[in-house]
Design a binder for this molecule. Sequence first.
Ligand code: AMP
Ligand code: MG
Length: 330
Amino acid sequence: MFKTLIIISLFLLTACSSPADVQDTRFIMGTLVKFTVVKGDHDLDDVEAAISAAANEMQRIEDMFTIYGNHPNAVKSFNASMPNTPIALPDEVNQLLERSLSIQQQSNGAFSPVLGAVNLLWGFSGENPPSAPPSADAIRAAMPAAHCIKKQPDGSDLHKWSRTHANCQLDFGAIAKGYAIDQGIKILKAHGIQHAIINAGGDIRLIGKHGERAWHIGIRHPRKQGDVVEALNLQGDVSIVTSGDYERFFIYKGKRYHHLINPETGWPATSAQSATIIASSATLADVWSTALFVQGQQGIKLQNHLQQKVLLIDYNGKIYGSLKSNPDSH
Ligand code: AMP
Ligand code: MG
């Protein structure tokens, strides 16, 4: 009898501390996207339908913004357009482009939405990842002018844009994943889900709690695989995104080359190993983690000003900032 009681109380304890999760993983935007939803009182079918709808929405965003693959979209059309010829962009692309250009300015050019030609040349997101850098001449030849894209001023069609030269090519690779996560969360909420995480290869937005507790998130060490730099307990509505030089890279003649490009040079940025931001949306956390990676230590002041939490690991492995919150701020 006593033994049975112990077993029952142990079972209850586990039942309280780890609620039933519904999990699903999809391959979207070149990465594994993991959906975790606390089932609560929902029907399993409803949760699964919510996750599918969120995944479909994220796929729709990938299709709309990607510059890879054979499916046509407006971004690819723009990138192939004749210089100085206005091209209409759909509302959503227009909006993300406006936000991107404003952050390009705020970040002093560290984030650049017109690096498409350079990024394609490096090829980190292509089908055959590179194992050697392009030539310096090829990089120079692919570089865009920083402000090479112009909105048509006539006001008759607010979404028409042109580019000044062929190297001026849009690439939303540093912001579209965050935007897709935000849209995914929006869909989950519209289905009545209040407690969930969308984790797109380490780029995360979470809502609610994990049962009785906060969600537990670990920030990985950029060099020591399996090690965590900070362990966080987060709840409410928190977006947390990392840009790291370990995500897509190769070593060539003893040197690391990665996918985070310094827009001034066209070469991989050498200020950091990883940059993590907590912001009010995944879109913002995504764009600013890329910008902070490029800026390194000198970008921290701006993040403080924007009231975004920062964890920066610089080029030499020195850690700056912390994502830990005051107990009641999240
Ligand atoms: P993320 O992983 O969010 O930091 O984004 C990296 C992706 O954004 C790369 O694969 C490129 O497509 C693109 N990218 C690289 N460097 C930059 C940059 N300085 N500004 C904007 N986008 C960039
Ligand atoms: Mg980013």
